[in-house]
Design a protein around this ligand. Structure first.
Ligand code: FES
Length: 108
């Protein structure tokens, strides 16, 4: 699978997750500084959308029980979640944010 356009860079408010769907995969897209991250939009602890959580220090928080996931690796930084969430490959093409839903990064 190739990179697909997910949204425009201008659609992203810094450190505010945006939920998009790419090839049937729900993804939380986060602009953090000059970087853009894409993490699957489901907590590994229960079926809760991570895009509804807050972003801080390059992590996204699950609003239900408070686990935070590193946007670079998908690893939880605290309990109760213990499993990582897949982080997807992102590429910028001008003002377009492209995501490859089949390429996961980190330790996933
Ligand atoms: S559902 Fe996300 S930490 Fe429990």
């Amino acid at each position: 699978m190739a990179f697909q356009r997910a949204c425009a860079l201008a659609d992203l408010t810094p450190d505010r997750p945006l939920r998009v769907e790419v090839e049937g995969v729900d993804v939380a897209v986060v602009r953090h500084g000059e970087e853009v991250f894409a993490i699957e939009d489901e907590c590994s602890h229960a079926a809760v959308a991570l895009s509804e959580g807050d972003v801080e220090d390059c992590t996204i928080e699950c609003w239900l029980h408070g686990s935070r996931f590193d946007l670079r690796t998908g690893k939880p930084t605290g309990l109760p979640a213990t499993e990582p969430v897949p982080v997807l490959a992102v590429r910028l093409d001008g003002d377009d944010v492209l995501i490859d839903p089949d390429t996961t990064l980190g330790d996933n």
